[in-house]
Design a protein around this ligand. Structure first.
Ligand SMILES: Nc1ncnc2c1ncn2[C@@H]1O[C@H](COP(=O)(O)OP(=O)(O)OP(=O)(O)O)[C@@H](O)[C@H]1O
Ligand SMILES: [Mg+2]
Ligand SMILES: [Mg+2]
Length: 768
């Protein structure tokens, strides 16, 4: 979701939907019966923290910190921790047993699913009308039953056989349509499982189980030794496939009961929440239970889901388009209307816009089920308490480029503070939140900020969202501290009394005020509101310094001044008109960053994933001496090697990194890592993707060894960094937020354009 949604291809004219939908009366019948189903909703419950009330009410009163809980009664009624399958499944078993006259008592509802699902590529989920007549009770049971993982895996398998984005959208659209129609209460879980997430980013729930736990679970579940599993893994290179083959070779007496989507989703959430002593064994236990319910290709996708990578090229933007199309078609059918291509395109746009503002399927999906896309914009808007994806900036290599880009338009320069992005929320009922660049809830990390809010918020500001940089602040000298100091703050369990490095907020934007989103208000007006509703409070809160001067000389002067004032450089922003609107999640040309130190190099630093290491030599023999780093291509879900890094580390760094990384060594290169196969280029050890480091380089060059952005600039060559230097660990980003292959290719193109201009003696580099 870091990337812009603008490049999503348009959905082709799809007629399957129309083929799939049959008589209107059936759909209405179905909808009536499904309306009694409770849909999932978000409940914001509160737990206390040790900080003071944000409004400065009673000091002893505990401030409220959010915790988000998904509530779905129907699920919890049906599943328990012991793995007993749900009541509805048993009902299905009975009706299916009757129907099929099977001998064993463990026959399963999955029979029903598979027998109904073989109706051809375009209709994976059949309508009840096409089935043989069922007794009315049995039919109702079927309608109430849950979606199965088998249906989802059918769709995944089709996706794996194509690389065409439109086809993928089509397959997922058809799949979601079937879920909407037959199991609407399972749609939310289906959407999350399709993007391999367990909840919105701010819920903090993540998958990504280590290889060793998964191998143990596969071994124990299929009666093989760990050694055997490791051997197969070495041969095949994909634990998902190992699980699938092992399961297929396992003689089973009875067909397992089908794995339902809510049961699977709940189990994955439980695994993600397990911690403490026995958690490893408990995780293995749950995985084993899930595996024992899997058939066919299901183990493969289950294991990949657990690893955190489905490897289906199912980018979230694809899911959004598919979901929009399915919703539009479902409601058109329900209302007996015909869906035009224009409606479809508008629907996609609505969902994309809304998701950018309110990136929470928990809130969006229930609305889609009940009301469709038409009123989505009005209901699901930017909301204090739910982090929106921050707007991002493009790098520049020269100040003259700024003038080229903005041309005659009004723009403003702001100091670029070097701290951590902080999206500050305040709700009508007085709850206060700080979210990171990555939508992580950092409220607990910054209790010092939350207690100061009443000092800098004027009484008229009843609810708001501010975009700020949290910067380390020296309270004795009243000045900015370097980022390294801020980074020493604990990230969890922060007690206000223990804080040594205070954080001061530098506010540069306001996105919401007193019930009104301001995304489509020009920046100059937003800034006026910001200044009128808040006031500086030394060491707690202030406004980002700005200058609206326009000449190269005055910008250069302001840049120098920013560096003297301990900033990284400038952010230059469009000031007036629609181009100055706030664009959530977008890396926009309307925001340019000018980093003083980087002007001569690549123009910006890169955030790269540590994927391998080389043992040290000489003084460094007990630690890793150099590292293999990679960038990320979200479109193909591959990590592509970009450089070997051995400079910029202190001895202390190397020791820390060795201790961190030795725990995530893997026995074999991940098959979604792209790197040269030549033995001489191989690192001594490979790692799980986990750590992200910020790296600076002198320039970029084409390379046969490194695979970054391969195919972007040249078909068979990647791009590598020359003279890379370690700057810092990026703890505020996850590894999937690494610099993308596309960004690497942009850096490269910009360098080429820039050096050509230099040769020609022209003062300005062209757009890239
Ligand atoms: N005045 C300002 N306006 C906007 N952002 C600012 C400002 N001052 C500091 N920042 C920070 O600068 C960041 C953008 O530049 P930076 O290179 O530090 O980004 P980053 O976090 O490395 O992300 P990326 O490299 O992906 O853009 C913003 O995310 C914000 O944290
Ligand atoms: Mg920064
Ligand atoms: Mg950066």
């Amino acid at each position: 979701m870091r990337t812009v949604f603008s490049q999503i291809p348009r959905f082709k004219q799809v007629n399957q939907y129309i083929r799939m939908s049959t008589r209107q009366s059936d759909i209405s019948n179905f909808f009536i019966s499904s309306a009694s189903h409770k849909s999932e909703h978000v409940e914001v419950s509160q737990s206390s923290s040790d900080s003071k009330n944000v409004d400065g009410r009673s000091t002893s009163e505990k401030r409220k910190v959010e915790s988000v809980k998904l509530v779905d009664e129907s699920k919890h009624n049906n599943h328990d921790d012991t793995g007993t399958q749900n009541v509805e499944r048993e009902n299905n078993i009975v009706s299916e047993a009757k129907k099929q006259k099977t001998l064993g008592s463990s026959s399963s509802s999955s029979d029903a699913v598979s027998s109904n699902n073989d109706s051809g590529a375009s209709t994976p989920i059949p309508l009840p009308i096409k089935e043989p007549p069922l007794e009315s009770n049995a039919r109702n049971d079927k309608l109430k039953g849950h979606a199965t993982f088998a249906e989802m895996v059918k769709a995944f398998t089709k996706i794996e056989n194509t690389s065409k984005r439109l086809e993928i959208i089509d397959i997922m659209g058809t799949y979601f349509f079937g879920i909407l129609r037959d199991h609407p209460s399972d749609l939310l879980a289906c959407v999350y499982l399709s993007i391999n997430k367990l909840g919105p980013d701010y819920s903090g729930l993540e998958l990504g189980i280590g290889e060793s736990i998964i191998m143990k679970a596969i071994g124990e579940s299929t009666g093989q030794t760990l050694q055997q599993i490791k051997l197969s893994f070495h041969k095949v290179g994909d634990l998902g496939l190992v699980a699938q083959t092992s399961r297929q070779n396992q003689p089973t007496m009875f067909k397992p009961a089908a794995l339902t989507i809510p049961f699977l989703f709940d189990s994955l959430k439980k695994i993600a929440q397990m911690s403490g002593n026995q958690s490893q064994n408990r995780k293995i236990g749950v995985i084993k239970r899930l595996l024992s319910s899997c058939e066919g290709a299901e183990p493969k996708y289950l294991i990949r889901a657990l690893e955190g990578k489905l490897r289906l090229q199912l980018a979230e933007k694809t899911i959004l388009v598919a979901l929009a199309n399915a919703t539009a078609q479902y409601h058109a059918d329900k209302n007996g209307e015909k869906l035009s291509q224009q409606d479809r395109i508008e629907g996609e746009q609505i969902l994309r816009d809304v998701y950018c503002q309110l990136p929470s399927y928990d809130l969006i999906v229930p609305h889609l089920i009940e009301h469709g896309l038409g009123t989505l914009r009005e209901t699901c808007k930017l909301t204090p308490g739910i982090p929106t994806k921050p707007m991002l900036a493009k790098p520049t290599k020269q100040i003259s480029e700024v003038l080229n880009t903005f041309d005659q338009a009004a723009f403003t320069c702001e100091y670029k503070y070097d701290g951590e992005r902080a999206q500050v929320h305040f709700t009508e009922d007085g709850k206060f939140y700080v979210f990171s660049r990555n939508s992580e809830n950092m409220s607990v990390r910054y209790p010092d900020i939350s207690v100061s809010v009443s000092k800098w918020k004027k009484p008229d500001a009843r609810s708001f969202i501010l975009d700020c940089e949290a910067v380390g602040w020296d309270r004795d000298e009243n000045k900015i501290l370097p980022f390294q100091k801020l980074a020493t703050r604990k990230r969890k369990d922060v007690k206000i009394g223990d804080i040594k490095v205070r954080a001061c907020l530098f506010a540069f934007d306001i996105l919401y005020l007193n019930g009104q989103p301001l995304l489509e208000t020009p920046l100059n007006e937003r800034r006026k509101l910001l200044y009128s509703m808040f006031q500086p409070s030394t060491g707690d809160f202030t406004f980002a310094k700005h200058s609206d001067q326009k000449s190269i000389e005055s910008i250069e002067e302001f840049l120098e001044e920013s560096v003297k004032d301990s900033c990284e450089g400038l952010m230059v922003k469009m000031l007036e008109g629609p181009d100055s609107h706030y664009e959530p999640s977008k890396r926009s040309r309307h925001w340019l960053k000018v980093k003083k130190d980087y002007l001569s190099g690549v123009g910006d630093s890169l955030d790269l994933i540590v994927i391998g290491a080389y043992y040290g030599k000489g003084k460094r023999t007990s630690v890793y001496g150099a590292f293999l780093l990679g960038c990320y291509d979200p479109d193909t879900e591959t990590v592509q090697s970009i450089c070997k890094l051995g400079t910029g580390f202190s001895e202390e760094h190397l020791e820390t990194f060795y201790n961190q990384l030795k725990d995530i060594v893997i026995s074999k290169k991940k098959d979604f890592y792209a790197h040269s196969d030549v033995p001489a280029h191989q690192p001594d050890v490979w790692f799980e993707p986990k750590y992200l480091w910020e790296v600076l380089a002198a320039d970029l060059s084409l390379s046969p060894v490194y695979k970054a952005a391969i195919g972007y600039v040249q078909e068979d060559k990647g791009i590598s960094l020359r003279f890379p230097r370690f700057i810092r660990i990026r703890e505020d980003k996850s590894w999937e937020d690494a610099t993308t292959s596309e960004q690497v290719s942009e850096f490269y193109r910009s360098q080429v354009a820039y050096s050509q201009k230099e040769k020609e003696g022209s003062p300005a580099a062209e757009d890239y």
